[in-house]
Design a protein around this ligand. Structure first.
Ligand code: GLN
Length: 475
């Protein structure tokens, strides 16, 4: 049994275990399986041991080591950490080392967490399988012939394999929740603005949000308490205090009004074994005292189309900064324009180029209203429908991904890959929080995730429902 972050922190704080011992144990697991799984772009063994020793020294001096004392964590390789290469799994950032820590990284370090490595992802977080990483894919710890999901596949695999007790990723269209579902771990996308993105490499700024991967809902609550809260360095950060998420879990699901999104369950492409698990989770919530009814959010089915205009549009702008001058790779040429073009041609992979072209097209004069403008109107429609549903329900329920983990190469057609995100994207478009909770397995014996969606800043109700689902999960 792999220890939770909560248990590790309690043992380290209580001096039953040293941080060094805990870190060594996780590094040994990395040694044993990392070659096979490739969860990491960088394993920071020396840095982790040094940080653990420093923490143990502080504990010996009687200092408070923080709520995540000695907890090994892994960070998606699009988080900035001072002096540590940040690649976004792209060749274009080759050799670049950020001169500062992301706010989330600073908060985690201050809480006593120990960073063991930077995890693999789809290049610039664009994808659902990690197959778009420039450094080769990550494998699913439950079945190495299958993908771990993406784009935060390395972070999901790291927790599933016991490489770190907790890991962190970014979710723009499902990149925390979908890999969490495929790897059998908990994954949270908080409310837009709840967690600072300062120091997260931007993909689509109106959608990006940071969140944790954990083995339990309780650990997700603990991790959120550390990373959430206002940050003046992120202009989208919400200036609201952070609730005691951990305490909320004791409230149970009694009296919660749960709506099952009927459009999700009727969606073409939803595998019957996943649908069955969602129905079982509904039954479990009812047994736990929740009031369950059918909910309707009709426009969610258009979310995917809207997302694949809005996200590439924002990406085309955000990625313009990789010009061979300011960051990483440069391929020299006689003129600046040629140098820019050669650098970007060599530095970006096929999916990133596809998104930049799609986005540039969608934003171009003459097409702006027809594509970008219309997508924004769909976004507003979805937000309104969610708000209406939340007048009758505290949380909504559905699947996280349409099916269990798929084999490598199974979704070579980009559109087939994009369809993975159909249930996760609506919450990014609305800015609402959502969590994927492991709930048994599919017919192939691989993990299934059930998704709990909540209104803005509805993390407490969301986590209460998630904990009830977790408690009833088939083993
Ligand atoms: N799979 C989606 C995409 O490719 C979502 C990615 C993400 O959330 N970062 O855009």
């Amino acid at each position: 049994m792999i220890a939770t972050g909560r248990d590790i922190a309690a043992a380290v704080r209580g001096k039953q275990r040293s941080a060094r011992e805990v870190v060594d144990e996780h590094l040994a697991r990395i040694d044993a399986r990392e070659r096979e799984l490739h969860a990491f772009n960088l394993v920071m063994a020396d840095e982790a041991r040094a940080a653990a020793d420093a923490l143990d020294a502080r504990i010996a001096d009687g200092e408070d080591p923080g709520p995540l004392a000695g907890v090994p964590i892994a960070l998606k390789d699009n988080f900035c950490m001072r002096g540590i290469a940040t690649t976004c799994s792209s060749r274009i950032l080759e050799g670049w080392k950020p001169p500062y820590d992301a706010t989330v990284v600073a908060r985690l370090k201050a809480a006593g967490a120990i960073v063991v490595g930077k995890t693999n992802l789809d290049e610039f977080a664009m994808g659902s399988s990690t197959e778009n990483s420039a450094f080769g894919p990550t494998r699913n710890p439950h079945d190495p012939s299958r993908v771990p999901g993406g784009s935060s596949g390395g972070s999901a695999a790291a927790v599933a394999a016991g490489f770190s007790a907790i890991s962190f990723g970014s979710d723009t269209g499902g990149s925390i929740r979908q890999p969490a579902a495929l790897c059998g771990v908990v994954g949270v996308k908080p409310t837009y603005g709840r967690v600072s993105r300062y120091g997260l490499v931007a993909f689509a700024s109106s959608l990006d949000q940071i969140g944790p991967f954990t083995t339990t809902v309780d650990d997700a609550a603990l991790a959120l308490e550390v990373i959430a809260g206002h940050d003046p360095r992120d202009t989208t950060s919400i200036p609201e205090s952070v609730p005691d998420y951990s305490a909320a879990l004791n409230e149970g699901a009694d009296g919660l009004r749960v709506g099952v999104v009927k459009e999700f369950l009727a969606a073409e492409g939803l595998a019957p074994d996943v649908a069955r698990r969602v129905h079982e989770a509904v039954d479990a919530l009812e047994r736990a005292g929740a009031k369950v009814d059918e909910a309707s959010v009709p426009s969610t089915i258009f979310g995917l189309s809207a997302y694949y205009l809005i996200a590439p549009a924002e990406a085309s702008s955000n990625l313009a900064r990789y010009d061979g001058v300011r960051y990483g790779l440069r391929v020299d040429a006689p003129t600046t324009a040629e140098m820019n073009a050669r650098t970007r041609t060599a530095g970006f992979g096929a999916e990133v180029k596809r998104r930049i072209m799609l986005g540039t097209y969608a934003l171009s004069a003459g097409y702006y209203d027809a594509y970008y403008g219309k997508a924004q109107r769909v976004r507003t429609l979805i937000l309104r429908e969610f708000d209406q549903a939340y007048e009758s329900f505290d949380v909504l329920l559905g699947p996280t991904a349409p099916a269990t983990a798929f084999p490598f190469g199974a979704k070579a057609d980009p559109l087939a890959m994009y369809l993975n995100d159909v249930f996760t994207i609506p919450s990014n478009l609305s800015g609402h929080p959502a969590v994927s909770v492991p709930f048994g397995t599919g017919d192939d014996g691989l993990p299934v995730g059930v998704q709990v969606l909540a209104p803005a800043l509805g993390e407490v109700a969301m986590l209460r429902a998630a904990a009830a689902i977790e408690a009833a999960a088939p083993s």
